[in-house]
Design a protein around this ligand. Structure first.
Ligand SMILES: [Zn+2]
Ligand SMILES: [Zn+2]
Length: 351
């Protein structure tokens, strides 16, 4: 029987979010219903609410979540009721042209639930990134539910599902940061700090965090930046060159998404260095070396989520450091405002 639960809905463009009754159907073939235990508030939720992603209102927000599998539909083999999972917004199909090329992290036909979750009156909800986890229960494709070690608390584990994976993967998967590399990261919010943590764990000898906000530079140092540059006081390209002995960094991760920071990242590279862009690209620039757009950290959730949870549990990855505050479902609107003001790394809804 379908369940009715509370969920955070963005009703229309730029309107405040509200808590609504959400009808979650029983899982059909290949689907799973997950009882959400915690879900981080991400910039993408704000972009949905503002209508910047698309116009498929109303949206069920939330997509950075951990929880327990409640029930599964026919043919589901990867998870069973009771399993502790992190939800992924990509579940490779295994059969599209990218999967067949051996690049499932770009899968062009990623799986989501087939059935819609709806409002009480039957209006279908568009779940953010195919997840919709600011709700007590959510319906996903079973492949989106990735089992991880249940010793990791949900507030921390859920963050793997989006921002931390995107940043960590941008440095390690997309940028291919290796031991001894020099790395610069422009933008030291949640995604940038995860890139810094990833670069540090990969053995980079220098990790330079760049931002215009001194509070964020402090966060960057906490996650492993060996140097920080306040771009409101110093030209970041010059600063990176100086710190790297006059050249530039081997890998520059651009985690802001503005044309100006993209330009800075482009020129802060050493010759043939790699630029990894995590925000919105400006396609007008091209030069030798590698310009890479990182899509969800080029991660394979089934490979990378359990690995990051294990790094967390062994004390090598400070997921707790990303949790600025825990809040209730009714404080998501306030959390979106605090995020806009740059006051928090992550607000995490605890259900
Ligand atoms: Zn595919
Ligand atoms: Zn996100």
């Amino acid at each position: 029987m379908a369940s009715t639960v509370r969920g955070v809905v963005a009703p229309e463009k730029a309107a405040p979010v509200s808590i609504e009754q959400v009808v979650v159907p029983d899982p059909g073939p290949g689907e799973a219903v997950v009882r959400v235990q915690a879900c981080g508030v991400c910039h993408t939720d704000l972009h949905y609410r503002e209508g910047a992603i698309n116009d498929d209102f109303p949206f069920l927000l939330g997509h950075e979540a951990a929880g327990r599998v409640e029930s599964v539909g026919d043919g589901v083999e990867n998870v069973a009721p009771g399993d502790y999972v992190v939800l992924a917004w990509r579940a490779p199909c295994g059969d599209c042209r990218s999967c067949r090329r051996g690049r499932p992290w770009y899968c062009f036909a990623s799986r989501n639930a087939i059935q819609p979750m709806t409002l009480a009156d039957g209006t279908p909800l568009a779940p953010a990134l195919g997840i919709g986890a600011f709700a007590e229960l959510t319906l996903v494709a079973a492949g989106q539910a990735v089992k991880v070690d249940p010793a990791a608390r949900p507030e921390a584990a859920g963050l793997i599902g989006c921002g931390v994976m995107a940043g960590f993967g941008a440095a390690v998967n997309t940028g291919g940061v290796h031991r001894g590399d020099t790395v610069a990261v422009i933008g030291c919010g949640g995604v940038g700090d995860a890139a810094i943590a990833g670069a540090a764990l990969a053995g980079a000898r220098q990790v330079i965090g760049i931002d215009v906000d001194s509070r964020k530079l402090e966060w960057a140092r906490r996650f492993g930046a060996t140097h920080t540059v306040d771009a409101s006081r110093q030209d970041p390209v010059e600063a990176v060159r100086l710190l790297c002995g006059g050249t530039g960094a081997d890998v520059v991760v651009e985690a802001v998404g503005s044309p100006e920071t993209y330009r800075q990242a482009f020129f802060a590279r050493d010759l043939a260095g790699t630029l990894v862009q995590v925000g919105v690209p400006d396609p007008t620039m091209g030069r030798g070396g590698a310009l890479k757009s990182s899509w969800y950290g080029d991660c394979l959730p089934t490979r990378d989520f359990p690995m990051l949870i294990d790094l967390y549990l062994s004390g090598q990855l400070d997921l707790d450091g990303f949790v600025s505050e825990t809040i209730g479902l009714d404080d998501v609107e306030g959390a979106l405002a605090r995020m806009t003001r740059g006051e928090v790394l992550r607000s995490v809804v605890v259900l």
